[in-house]
Design a binder for this molecule. Structure first.
Ligand code: UT7
Length: 334
């Protein structure tokens, strides 16, 4: 956990936000032609209306690069200034090299790059690692990207999972606070206030990928005991958001926006209610994107920031839970 401390270096600032979605939109009705499901069931149980699915050329690295370029453009920062790239993904194009170094090459950036595997919590994990590295002085300007092509690990005959996921990528550019900057300790100052990471490995078998990813003779497919994951999600996410607020001496009234992982509208609404947040303070994209795993938070952030709902100075609470189980939260003043 990286939390505030009196003598801490200046906060890591989140200075750019970007996203990429594949052009192809697949509706629930289209899926109902393939498996025994219906638009009504999917909307009622999950809130999902459609998802974007990648075309063959839209690899994980391709989408991650596009989102990274958008985040750099938003920040007005050149790729040459980036000295570290982290990609959170459970669906890399290859076992190695990492998606992050493919992105580095495409951008013409230098420094270091690596991927993080924490399933749907990957973006929170990656943000936490980047924050720690920047505060430790190991990097100054980093891209933190969530990019996923879950369509490639779906069992398209399993109605219990294939209707739930989508593809896409989101990115943020984070930068060290200025040296000697006195700002950074008050909760009103911009930057990452704290991040909180958790894992419980003995729950690894309720959401996992079988077989081996990338091996055509032994393809890996996502397997999920949905209702068990659901139960854990509600309690663990509620505790992760409480933890983030308590560590910073804040309560729900201080939060401007909840930007949750987008797995299921019922989970999102339950956490929003626990926080006492009005529904219009909770960013929902699951209806349009479905569950894009590690990409879902930066995609949701990019949408609400891009349409002007989330503004600079707002306090944004993010949370996610995914395979592992892994879960966590992050509190960021934009
Ligand atoms: O991002 C990582 C974290 N993931 C999550 O947080 C996901 C958490 N879980 C969920 O969102 C929900 O559990 C699901 C949306 C996956 C499932 O909803 P549920 O209300 O928990 O349904 P269920 O799995 O208990 O299934 C209820 C019924 C079953 O039929 P029977 O056994 O009651 O006859 C399923 O076979 O719904 C059936 N079902 C479907 N019916 C139509 C399952 N999938 C479908 C489907 N269409 N696509």
């Amino acid at each position: 956990m990286a939390g505030p401390a009196a003598s801490a270096p200046p906060r890591t600032q989140l200075v750019g936000i970007g996203a990429y979605l594949p052009a192809r939109v697949v509706t629930n009705d289209e899926l109902a032609q393939r498996v025994d499901t219906s638009d009504a069931w999917i909307r009622e149980r999950t809130g999902i209306r459609q998802r974007h699915l990648a075309a063959p050329h839209e690899s994980c690295a391709f989408m991650a690069t596009a989102a990274a370029r958008a985040a750099l453009a938003d920040a007005g920062v050149a790729a040459a200034a980036v000295d570290g790239i982290i990609v959170a993904t459970a669906t890399p194009d290859q076992a190695f090299p990492a998606v992050a170094v493919r992105v580095q090459a495409a951008l013409g950036a230098s420094g270091f790059g690596f991927d993080i595997s924490a399933a749907c919590s990957g973006f929170i994990y990656a943000l936490s690692v980047a924050d720690g590295m920047i505060r430790a002085g190991q990097a100054r300007t980093m891209l933190v990207i969530g990019a996923e092509v879950y369509s490639r690990i779906m069992n398209w005959d399993d109605r219990g999972t294939c209707v739930l996921f989508g593809d896409g990528a989101g990115a943020v550019l984070v930068r060290a606070g200025e040296a000697g900057d006195a700002r950074g300790s008050g909760v009103g100052e911009p930057g990452i206030l704290s991040t909180h990471l958790h894992a419980q490995g003995d729950l690894g078998d309720i959401l996992f990928v079988d077989g081996a990813v990338g091996q055509p003779d032994r393809p890996g497919h996502l397997v999920m005991k949905g209702n068990e994951v659901f139960r854990h999600a509600v309690t663990k996410l509620a505790s992760a958001v409480s933890e983030a607020l308590a560590v910073n001496g804040l309560d729900h009234n201080d939060v401007d926006w909840l930007v949750p992982h987008q797995a299921n509208l019922r989970i999102i609404e339950a956490i929003g209610k626990r926080l006492g947040l009005a529904p219009d303070r909770v960013v929902v994209t699951v209806d349009q994107h479905a569950n894009t795993s590690a990409a879902s938070i930066p995609l949701a952030l990019a949408q609400a920031y891009g349409d002007g709902r989330i503004k600079r100075g707002d306090l944004v609470l993010m949370e996610a839970l995914g395979g592992g189980l892994t879960w966590g939260s992050a509190l960021v003043r934009l």
